[in-house]
Design a protein around this ligand. Structure first.
Ligand code: GN1
Ligand code: MG
Length: 371
């Protein structure tokens, strides 16, 4: 197996025309969907690191469309940076091309690969106890929203249709509960009931989009703190990564998904739910960073929807984890049987705490906006 993967990575580097020989590789374990390797190639005296990634084609049914979006978005951001006098490879994501000029390749076994630069002296955070990290993540995603504000959304494919359409997610979830194909629904009645009780609330953002109250923007849609690379010394954000789900969406979801992930006092899959809660200081730090950087881009209605976004995306993800559990764990990578159920319970506990703190969350955003 090890030998196979080494040979595969060698082949991938070669096909992307990376000079030199593969001398080192390492499997990176963060990320629930794709499989990522850190690879180092030596060319004469020079050693250079890259990220090679195998795209999950069960999740991304048309990965070439993902790569089409990424090419456009990374180029747009590069031009934006250059217009602001920011040059250099540490602030951009660059995917290498094959001899045919493609930014992806499909190997004989049908697997879909891509390869990007590795940003040197950068760090990312799978958990963040530190307010500074949250503030800088906010800055990163606020800037990202600004960078894409004038991007023509009609040029993007919807890589996963209805990705954060919570109403539709819940319809699908309850249909799967009815089908109960794996016979797992009985043991999770309490969780199903909790989602059912929150259903009306969770559809509010949908209604605000329908009524025209909230605009669709080009958003990231997966704003976990491990999708930002920071300078390891200053913690200044360098580049936002994982652009697989950049699509039209809501600012409230981008705001909310970092909160869900990084302002939780426990990990996303903590089994002891008594450890799970929303840390309002981390929430505040992220809100300051995000609103400070996105600034007047956001409408008053959007700013008002931020706290709602956090609770909605948390409930939505709880339903996605439970959906995967009751349909046989096919979507998210799992580390042990029942992992998706543990994740579900963790997200439901966080959702409950967010609902209890809703007014405080809204108040913090209003305070920041009023400054
Ligand atoms: C997945 O693979 P990763 O960790 O970047 C998922 C997100 C979830 C997240 C939960 C395409 O993201 O939507 O919020 O897991 N990505 C996709 O950790 O479904
Ligand atoms: Mg990701």
């Amino acid at each position: 197996m090890q030998l196979d993967i080494k040979a595969t990575l060698r082949q991938v580097c070669k096909l992307f025309r990376i000079p030199g020989e593969l001398i080192e590789y390492d499997l990176l374990t963060s990320g629930n969907i794709n499989t990522t390797y850190y690879v180092v190639c030596q060319n004469g005296e020079e050693r250079k690191a890259y990220l090679a990634q195998k795209v999950n084609s069960y999740v991304f049914k048309e990965p070439e469309k993902v790569m089409h979006n990424i090419e456009l978005v990374t180029e747009h951001i590069r031009r934006q940076n250059e217009a602001r006098g920011i040059f250099g490879r540490r602030t951009r994501l660059h995917f290498h091309h094959t001899a045919e000029g493609k930014n992806f390749l499909v190997l004989n076994d049908g697997e879909f690969w891509r390869l990007s630069n590795f940003v040197e002296d950068s760090v990312s955070f799978d958990t963040a106890e530190d307010a500074k990290v949250l503030q800088m993540s906010g800055k990163a995603f606020g800037q990202f929203a600004r960078q894409l504000a004038d991007f023509d959304a009609t040029k993007l494919y919807e890589t996963i249709p209805h990705f954060h359409d919570t109403r539709r997610r819940l319809e699908t979830f309850f249909a799967h509960v009815e089908e109960d194909t794996c016979g797992r629904c009985e043991e999770v009645r309490a969780e199903i009931e909790q989602i059912s009780q929150a259903r009306e609330f969770a559809c509010r953002l949908n209604e605000m989009v329908d009524s025209g109250e909230l605009p669709l923007r080009v958003t990231h849609n997966d704003t976990k703190t491990n999708n930002v690379l920071f300078d390891k010394d200053t913690l200044e954000p360098l580049v936002v990564i994982d652009l697989d789900t950049v699509m039209p969406g809501l600012a409230a979801h981008d705001f909310g998904d970092t909160i869900r992930f990084a302002a939780n006092t426990a990990a996303e899959d903590e089994a002891d739910v008594s450890k799970v809660s929303l840390n309002l200081e981390l929430y505040r730090a992220f809100a300051e960073g995000y609103i400070g950087a996105a600034g007047d881009l956001l409408t008053p209605a959007e700013l008002d929807s931020m706290a709602l976004g956090a609770a909605t995306i948390t409930l939505e993800l709880a339903s996605r984890f439970l959906d995967d559990y009751i349909t046989g764990d096919k979507y998210f990578k799992t580390l042990y049987p029942g992992h998706n159920l543990v994740r579900t319970r963790c997200q439901l506990a966080l959702f409950a705490d967010m609902m209890a703190k809703m007014e405080q969350m809204q108040g913090i955003v209003r305070e920041i906006v009023a400054r």
